[in-house]
Design a protein around this ligand. Structure first.
Ligand code: MFK
Ligand code: FAD
Length: 498
């Protein structure tokens, strides 16, 4: 019989994930886990079973922009891949956005929501992108929007009914810059009682959304981020006609190939200010802090998938007389990957906890500052980890990790976006320092780290814990309240912090 290598396999993604189960039983309030366990198991089954198989079968399909109908009318319609269509329905049914807003479990609803996302995300071809932006839009409208917009959009954005659920875009980046958003060139002009937007958005992901939050400068407003306003718009009217939004083309990207990311022109799109006519960047931050948290969860979900496949393969692949798992050096490589995953997971879910805490109104001013600080630190750390872990995990498969129809190379390509979108690593390092300058943030950060160090009971960890405590002491002066802008040596300090 000729030799054929067995493919790596996945089982139930809850049953096989001791880290997730241990975290949930340690953190969730008594009784909550038993109430949600069955749904989590269902999602775990889908994530490692039917959805994973669907993803492999759907590998070569990509979204397509249809610009014109057969008779030459401009239609600007995006056709999605089959898995994305399934993902949309599944996300609504399982409340992957809704769970956070129904608040069945108070501040712990966020952890439940993200645990669900974590179980299926790696099998959904980055459908987390539109979900994250939808969640961010709901949060922003609830925090800042006028009652009639909240009443119109939030029930749709947070619906569990696939027929009713809307998704939202988050259109910030223009050709002038995705980091320096204050350079935005889109203008908002009055047209009778309405506002119309004119400009170009250079990266708009999941452009099949029904609504979007975007930035534009009301005519005559000053330059910079303060002169921008945050606008809400709907992409089509009730009859399905485009609202002055023309899709120019889809980006041809390294990864996230199933996510339709468009360049678009705003040609008089009717839009409504969400929160006045200035401070657009500050208002958009409400959305960013949610989507950055999703980014962190997406990063750890990707790491978990890479590690799960690599570990399973190490049992099936034999070299030099034994399975790879029995080779000390390979086992050490896998252990290092698992350690990265564990650290990233705990960081990401700590950010999730703080978000839930904040939304439940339980956070103090220092707690809110800590959330802003940790969101950037956690997003930038897990984004970098995700790329490194995916790269190393691919090597665990040897040449097979480099071959497309194994489905493995996608893991690396899809990870590579995580440090770029939602704020690059350097931009978030600077943002972390700005957050650190908020009143109480430094002290809250020091208390957070000291609290985490105090939980390390294993004596073998003592030297590492003591070194971390000494490092924290050395950072003391930086952690003291320091109003104002970050100093010039900011990036070095950001590295020290993380
Ligand atoms: C797995 C799935 C994951 C999710 C997928 C999502 C797909 C979408 C992908 C995208 O990439 S969407 C676009 C993401 N774009 C960015 O993240 C922008 C990156 N650039 C920055 O974050 C810049 O630092 C920033 C635009 C904020 C800098 O602009 P400015 O004009 O120099 O603003 P400044 O002065 O730093 O901040 C303006 C105000 O906002 C300040 O408040 P004040 O007006 O009271 O002074 C800031 O304190 C406040 N602010 C900024 N960031 C904040 C914040 N407040 C709270 N939280 C924050 N994070
Ligand atoms: P630039 O801002 O030009 O940055 C280039 C480099 O300069 C980076 O390395 C950055 O770290 C560095 N840099 C910039 N400023 C500083 C500084 N002060 N100090 C040190 N270094 C600095 N955007 C949206 O608004 N909506 C979307 O839906 C969306 N979807 C996307 C989907 C994909 C697949 C991708 C790749 C991007 C998407 N983006 C989206 C855009 C994304 O948010 C931006 O690409 C990102 O914010 C960086 O902006 P930029 O590309 O203009 O790079």
């Amino acid at each position: 019989m000729p030799f054929f290598q067995e493919a790596p396999r996945l089982g139930n993604q809850l049953d096989e994930d001791a880290l997730l189960r241990e975290y949930l039983s340690r953190r969730l309030p008594a009784g909550m886990l038993s109430g949600v366990h069955e749904e989590l198991r269902q999602l775990g089954e889908l994530g490692g079973g039917a959805l994973y198989a669907f993803q492999q079968a759907d590998r070569l399909n990509e979204p397509r922009l249809v610009s014109f109908d057969p008779w030459g009318r401009r239609v600007d319609r995006i056709e999605l891949t089959p898995l994305w269509r399934e993902a949309a329905a599944l996300s609504a049914r399982h409340g992957l956005v809704a769970e956070a807003y129904e608040r069945r479990y108070g501040e712990w609803s966020r952890v439940l929501q993200m645990a669900k996302v974590y179980l299926v995300d790696a099998s959904l071809d980055v459908y987390s992108c539109p979900l994250a932006m939808t969640d961010g839009a709901a949060r922003t409208l609830l925090d800042l929007g006028p009652a009639h917009l909240v009443d119109r959009a939030v029930p749709r954005l947070t619906s569990r009914d696939p027929e009713r659920m809307w998704t939202s875009g988050q259109w910030m980046t223009e050709r002038t810059g995705g980091s320096d958003v204050g350079l935005t060139e889109t203008v908002a002009r009055r047209d009778g009682g309405a506002w119309r937007l004119w400009g170009t958005k250079w990266f708009t992901s999941a452009t099949t959304a029904e609504v979007a939050l975007t930035l534009a400068r009301p005519e005559g407003a000053p330059a910079g981020g303060r002169g921008l306003a945050l606008f809400y718009l709907e992409l089509r009217d009730e009859a399905g006609r485009p609202n002055g939004v023309a899709l120019n083309r889809l980006k041809d990207k390294l990864g996230t190939r199933k996510v339709p990311t468009a360049e678009l022109s705003l040609e008089g799109a009717v839009a409504e200010p969400v929160a006045g006519l200035s401070d657009g960047v500050r208002h958009m931050a409400s959305m960013l802090n949610v989507t950055r948290t999703w980014n962190a969860v997406g990063a750890v979900a990707g790491m978990r998938r890479a590690v799960a496949l690599a570990r399973d393969y190490a049992r099936r692949r034999v070299a030099f007389g034994a399975p790879l798992l029995a080779k000390p050096l390979h086992a050490e490589t896998l252990a290092a990957l698992e350690a990265e995953l564990e650290a990233g997971f705990l960081l990401a879910f700590r950010a999730v906890e703080l978000l839930g805490h904040r939304e439940a109104g339980a956070a103090s001013e220092a707690g809110r500052a800590l959330f802003r600080l940790l969101t950037s630190v956690v997003k930038l750390t897990t984004g970098k980890q995700a790329v490194a872990v995916a790269s190393e995990a691919l090597e665990c498969f040897g040449g097979a990790g480099y071959v497309e129809d194994t489905g493995l190379p996608r893991l690396l390509r899809d990870a590579q976006v995580l440090p770029i979108w939602e704020g690059t690593t350097n931009v978030l390092s600077l943002e972390a320092l700005r957050a650190l300058a908020e009143p109480g943030a430094g002290a809250a950060y020091a208390a957070e780290v000291r609290g985490a160090l105090a939980t390390a009971r294993d004596p073998s960890l003592r030297p590492a814990v003591e070194a971390a405590a000494r490092a924290l002491d050395r950072l003391g002066p930086w952690l003291a309240p320091a109003p104002g802008r970050p100093p010039r040596e900011a990036p070095a300090r950001a590295c020290a912090l993380t």
